[in-house]
Design a protein around this ligand. Structure first.
Ligand code: NDP
Ligand code: MG
Length: 383
């Protein structure tokens, strides 16, 4: 029985993880979980599955739950996340928190010898230079949950690293893939939230529309698979059937295909190297799909990819700046405070204003993240 701690259980990935675990309850058990502010959904999940250790963001929510459920253990805040991620009986931490907040619990979980199933890509973007050496030092597994990275991971099975020629990350192109630059000026939050292929949390859905999501994924791939930025290519593939590919030195290309369903990469991260049936999973019928399309991304219409490659190549503190500025700008757009194209503009301005550091520590990353957010708020007069 694999014992799991799910961070971000009330989110899109978190609820799908509960589904996967429920469908294989003889193999997995959730022994700890965290929510942010959605206490109503957390209580629904608690009715469904018996979990002993539960963390919430606010102290007042913890007190409310303690009174109502006296037989369970409740925790709060960042300290609580670290406590549940490092519990003695946890084997693997599935991190499905959104944003920079996922970093510290990941680090502490690795240092407590837990395997990590990582959905929280921001962790690797800002601190890949800290995480990867820690994973090696503590001898834990770091398993990708992001669908593209799961596809690459699967396409690398049994291969030799030196035989890789390049990684081809596919991208749906997001909600606005066919819009002109002029049309992008006036798109609304509601339009941005309508992703053509995937139902996901709000932040990543906006990131998909700006292509910052793909930019973050390029950096995530660099750290997970130890490849140079020159050897990571992004390809727009509107159908989201090929989840990504690896090209080898002998020109062979190995890909992973399937209908878009995040439960598959979630489940594979938990069952690896085994494969279990995906309950209620829709099988891929290529004769129904018939045609697949591919084209190179238009970096004149969407500037996020170039910014991400630039930040990634510079390395050091710059990915943290890109990420922090993007999280803040994304949230301002979601709250109707700025326009869609302001997101990439604000990220670029913040990157230009940053005093670069080569090898930031965790403490420095926390400060740089805060600085990037304040810088964005300041630019739009919201500080
Ligand atoms: P959601 O917004 O749906 O869920 C986020 C979860 O994290 C919720 O449980 C939320 O709690 C919790 N949370 C948010 N902020 C904090 C915080 N500061 N401290 C503690 N908990 C917090 O996000 P998704 O599930 O869509 O995405 C999660 C991660 O997975 C992201 O990094 C995303 O990029 C990645 N990912 C997601 C995919 C998807 O299909 N959704 C695909 C690939 C990667 P609450 O809601 O209770 O406030
Ligand atoms: Mg992805």
């Amino acid at each position: 029985m694999k014992k799991i701690c799910v961070l971000g259980v009330t989110g899109s990935i978190g609820t799908q993880t509960v589904d996967v675990v429920r469908n294989h309850s003889d193999e997995f058990e959730i022994v700890a979980m965290s929510a942010g502010h959605n206490i109503k959904l957390l209580e629904d999940i608690m009715k469904d599955i018996a979990v002993q250790h539960i963390c919430v963001q606010e102290q007042r929510d913890k007190e409310y739950l303690e009174k109502k459920y006296p037989h369970q253990c409740f925790y709060s805040g960042t300290e609580g996340l670290v406590q549940i991620a490092t519990l003695e009986n946890v084997d693997i931490v599935l991190n499905a928190i959104v944003g920079f907040a996922g970093l510290l619990p990941t680090i502490k979980a690795i240092q407590s010898h837990k395997d990590i199933a990582l959905a929280n890509k921001e962790t690797l973007v800002v601190a890949g230079h800290l995480i990867i050496p820690l994973v090696k030092e503590y001898g834990v597994k770091l398993l990708p949950v992001d669908s593209e990275h799961s596809a690459i991971f699967q396409s690398l099975n049994g291969e030799h690293h030196q035989d890789i020629s390049k990684i081809i990350l596919t991208a749906s192109g997001g909600s606005f893939r066919d819009k002109t630059r002029e049309e992008l000026k006036n798109v609304t939050v509601e339009q941005a939230l309508k992703h053509p292929n995937w139902s996901m949390g709000a932040k990543i859905t906006i990131d998909s529309a700006t292509l910052f999501n793909k930019g973050l994924e390029v950096m995530e791939a660099k750290w997970l698979f130890d490849v140079d930025y020159d050897d990571i290519e992004v390809l727009i593939h509107p159908e989201s059937i090929i989840h990504s590919m690896v090209e080898y030195q002998d020109t062979s290309v190995i890909a992973q295909l399937g209908t878009p369903d995040m439960r598959l990469p979630i489940q594979y991260a938990l069952t690896y190297p085994r494969r279990f049936p995906l309950i209620n999973g829709k099988k891929l019928s290529l004769s129904d799909v018939k045609t697949l399309h591919f084209y190179t991304p238009d970096t004149n219409r969407f500037k996020a990819l170039d910014l991400a490659y630039k930040a990634g190549r510079l390395g050091g503190s710059m990915p943290c700046v890109l990420n922090g500025a993007n999280e803040q700008a994304n949230s301002l757009f979601l709250n109707h405070k700025i326009q869609f194209l302001d997101i990439e503009r604000l990220v670029e301005e913040t990157m230009n204003a940053h005093q670069w550091i080569e090898n930031p520590t965790l403490e420095q990353l926390v400060e740089i993240d805060q600085w990037a957010r304040y810088y964005v708020l300041n630019r739009v007069g919201e500080d």
